[in-house]
Design a protein around this ligand. Sequence first.
Ligand code: TMP
Length: 237
Amino acid sequence: MKDVLLYEGKAKKVYQAKGKQNQLVLAYKNDATAFNGEKKSSFNGKGRLNNEISSKIFNLLHEAGVETHFIDRLSETEQLVYQTEIIPLEVVVRNVAAGSITKRLGIEEKTPFHPPLVELFFKDDELGDPLINDQHALFLSSITQDELQEIKDKALEINQHLTRIFQCIGITLVDFKLEFGRLTDGSIVLADEVSPDTCRLWDINTSEKLDKDVFRQGIGDLIQVYEEILDRLEEKV
Ligand code: TMP
């Protein structure tokens, strides 16, 4: 008997884990979308690569003491996670200017941010995930002011760990998006995924883009660059 499908997103399907209360199976899909679903494609192997990369990174974050929803990788494309109520915020941390901030604020690509910037977006596809401020976040979600601060602090702490992990494999962590979820005991943990779909990753020496921007901008082979990230993680970390 198959697990019960609870939800299908753009990059993953979410199933109730059979016989396990409060646990879910995330199945990574081969689909890639950009610009809020306007650009779509599918890449053989993408689901496996993101599942493996994200699982590796969650394990490394656990070693660093960060609490996440991740339990175990189950198969090439599936992982077991604790069920959370996803907080509808996309928490973006930026170390270097790229992507939407360059257009929105006219900041030149590659401008470094010291300290890193934290931005909040409202997770709502119909609205195109708009940038919001703290008051909007409190109004639009069930979190308290203290929890919002906790989420931002955690995002910056995770940035320190991820920056170090990627630096070890010759990559600059330019920016990334995190999602947080509430466990059944009420605590808030890192959820969703950390992968080249959700991070901007540039080679430290050549600045070559090794993330979903190769698909967004049509400038490279997505599978080749995701393989490169997994190979480097497997070799060095
Ligand atoms: P942005 O520059 O387009 O705002 O993206 C910032 C970071 O967030 C970048 O690493 C890509 C990631 N991201 C997602 O994971 N999902 C999204 O829907 C978007 C727009 C960005």
